[in-house]
Design a protein around this ligand. Structure first.
Ligand code: GCU
Length: 678
């Protein structure tokens, strides 16, 4: 059954020469003696993988022989210390794959400084076998550039998932801790295969109950399953938990009873989850409680929790996604305004987690101005893998180019060339506490992510968290090859679809820097006309500001001056519509409809041309997929095609509704050549 459950870990029979070549190098495995659960997981994966790939499980041996796969750390096999492998540079999680001689026998060596490195190396070796790498010549070394590579589940305790489009939560809370579903192991395998080493189990809009003993026991059961795979468990906490559980009279972070409560709570958690990662907090954001309710700062709030987990080696991820209903300031500016003055005041084990852009996971946003602006504070990147604003699981949108665009953006701080990636990997400020988080798109759907192609976003996230400088195209190529096991030409055709997909979505939803035009609440279809919501910054009309004369949000000094939050060089480039990339034009500028675009068209005509281009782009995806009919198995081909047809229809819906609305505002005629809606 080609149902997508295996994700990119499909171990189907290899054919022809590659089968022969792999077989020659994979009959025997030599693993560390008295192995840990982690090394056993690596051996089990080789067993599973090779059984599928070459049709027979490998033999497990003690003695090194010619042609064996040897898994070794310097501790398990001191002989490798003599091989001049420079293992030290691999750190605690890196690995090396090399065709070499160990004790005189030609083997395939998987070497690392830890068992989790061996596990990562094993997954890489299996992927290499599947993508045609010649094991006789293999020579790969890889180490993560970011220390904490985290999934954030927005899973509620009733198994609904906030912004989840792939079914209900895979955490069967009701059966935990007694029943450990087999799916948890597959979840851990998939994550380990891409280097993810942390998972926050519950929604950032968290419930106080999560901090009670029965729920902590459920989390502990999951932590037990994930531990061998190098994955630590973290929990989101509700700021007011001690008070809501009626164990303190207040949630004021400076209150001694509150401090004691959190210390005791941390100790209680560490008793059952000795390697517990720590807390993730959304405070004073979108109506959530927080330290500001007591006139305390975000730093005072974060430091209280940091103090509670510090004795156990725990961390606090404090989110910078804040905007207040009492603040008149442009929403895009509020996080920077609040957090920059706090730089240097957070405890050592606090990481401030910042969304990629200053509004909210839009199809395109400029990078968040906090990147580069808090050199004394570890900043984590928060990407959204689930596609809240990009067509849920139905529309094909490979997010790799979007993440890459943000990571490669130059913050200009403190100097040119200081990319967001260098902030995130710590190289810019010598920061070791580095992290990247992705809001998961995982649910109980057979495909895990709700569609075959959305698994690519999970995969890509892991790979970019491992190396934020990697190319999203290379990652797409690996994913497509591992998922669809096709020949080179077909893989390239799939990669081409993926690389075009997000730009098509931008065109038919939010062209030219427009943003937040989705219909209210669910955020699925168009809603640029919505203007009556209680909070002004929830209304699409707040963001596009269209009227008879023009369109766009003025963030120059004449407007909200959000530009002042960027480095002078960056701000200068975006201050003038003539030098602003059309990607961000209406993000930063309010312009007359007859503004001349570089294409020679008026802004009005260009806007409509972009919507048309988006519709054409969605149709093009479907046509490209149709050409792959004979190379993809029928079930997955059909399922992908069904969604692409929906996307094509809905691209038109987006265009027609948006164009009709903007026309009603501008009063301008449709340009020639535009296919008018019926
Ligand atoms: C978005 C999303 C919310 C979520 C919030 C957050 O606004 O729509 O569902 O809670 O982001 O990141 O906290």
């Amino acid at each position: 059954e080609e149902d997508g459950y295996e994700l990119w870990l499909r171990y189907r029979a290899l054919e022809g020469a590659q089968r022969t070549r792999v077989l020659a190098h994979a009959k025997v495995i030599v693993a560390p003696a008295g192995p840990s659960l982690t090394a056993l997981a690596a051996v089990a994966e080789l067993h599973r993988g090779l059984s599928g790939l070459v049709g027979r499980p490998p033999e497990l041996a003690r003695e090194i022989r010619k042609g064996a796969i040897v898994l070794a750390t310097p501790a398990s096999l001191p002989a490798i210390a003599k091989l001049d492998l420079d293992l030290a540079s691999l750190g605690q999680e890196g690995y090396l794959l090399r065709a070499t001689k160990v004790r005189g026998h030609a083997v395939t060596l998987v070497a690392a400084n830890s068992d989790v490195g061996l596990l990562y190396g094993t997954f890489a070796l299996l992927a290499a076998m599947r993508t045609g790498v010649d094991l006789a010549k293999i020579d790969v070394r890889s180490a993560p550039k970011v220390a904490l590579r985290m999934l954030n589940h927005w899973d509620n305790l009733d198994r609904t998932i906030e912004r989840g489009y792939a079914g209900e939560s895979i955490w069967e809370w009701h059966h935990l801790p007694d029943v450990k579903d087999a799916r948890y192991v597959d979840y851990a395998r998939a994550n380990a295969s891409i280097g993810i080493n942390g998972t926050v189990l519950n929604n950032v809009n968290s419930k106080a109950e999560m901090m009670t003993a029965p729920w902590i026991a459920k989390a502990a059961a999951l932590a037990d399953v994930f531990r061998p795979y190098g994955i630590r468990v973290y929990l989101s906490v509700r700021w007011s938990a001690p008070m809501e559980l009626k164990q303190t009279a207040t949630a004021d972070p400076l209150d001694p009873a509150v401090r004691k409560w959190w210390k005791d709570k941390a100790a209680e958690i560490y008793k059952v989850i000795p390697d517990f990662g720590g807390f993730l907090v959304k405070a004073n954001s979108e109506g959530q409680p927080g330290p500001q309710d007591y006139k305390r700062s975000h730093a005072e709030g974060a430091n209280l929790l940091a103090e509670a987990v510090a004795p156990h080696g725990g961390l606090v991820f404090w989110r910078a996604f804040v905007y207040s209903q009492f603040d008149e300031e442009d929403r895009a500016k509020q996080a920077y305004t609040e957090f920059v003055p706090l730089d240097g005041t957070f405890a050592k084990n606090v990481i401030v987690q910042v969304k990629n852009g200053p509004i909210d996971f839009q199809p395109r946003e400029p990078f968040h101005p906090l990147f580069g602006a808090m050199p004394k504070t570890p900043l984590a990147m928060e990407f959204q893998i689930t596609k809240e604003y990009l067509g849920f699981a139905t529309h094909l949108a490979y997010l790799g180019p979007m993440y890459e665009e943000v990571l490669q953006a130059d913050t200009g701080r403190p100097r040119k060339g200081s990319t967001v990636a260098k902030v995130i990997d710590g190289s810019l400020d010598g920061n070791k506490l580095t992290a990247m988080a992705g809001v998961a798109n995982i649910g109980s759907s057979r495909t895990w992510s709700g569609s075959h192609f959305d698994a690519a976003n999970w995969y890509m996230f892991g790979r970019l968290a491992w190396d934020p400088h990697a190319s999203s195209r290379d990652i797409a190529r690996d994913w497509a090859a591992l998922t669809f096991s096709t020949d080179r030409k077909s893989t390239e055709a799939i990669v081409e679809m993926m690389m075009r997909s997000r730009e098509a979505v931008v065109d038919y939803m939010n062209p030219l820097g427009l943003h937040h035009l989705m219909d209210t609440g669910h955020h699925y279809g168009p809603g640029p006309w919505v203007s009556e919501l209680r909070r002004p910054e929830w209304n699409p009309t707040y963001y596009h500001q269209a009227d008879r004369k023009g369109i766009g949000f003025d963030r120059t000094p004449k407007g909200s001056n959000a530009l002042e939050q960027y480095a002078p060089d960056v701000a200068r480039q975006w201050a003038d519509p003539k030098t602003t990339s059309d990607q961000f034009l209406l993000w930063f500028h309010h312009l007359p409809w007859d503004f001349r675009m570089p294409s020679g068209r008026s802004l009005w005509d260009e806007l409509i041309a972009r919507y048309d281009r988006g519709v054409a782009g969605a149709g093009d995806l479907r046509k490209r997929w149709d050409r792959l009919k004979n190379v993809i198995d029928p079930r997955r081909h059909r399922e992908v095609r069904e969604f692409l047809l929906i996307q094509e229809q809905e691209a038109k819906w987006w265009r027609d509704a948006s164009v009709a609305y903007f026309r009603s505002v501008s009063g301008l005629p449709l340009p020639k050549g535009h296919a008018a809606p019926p």
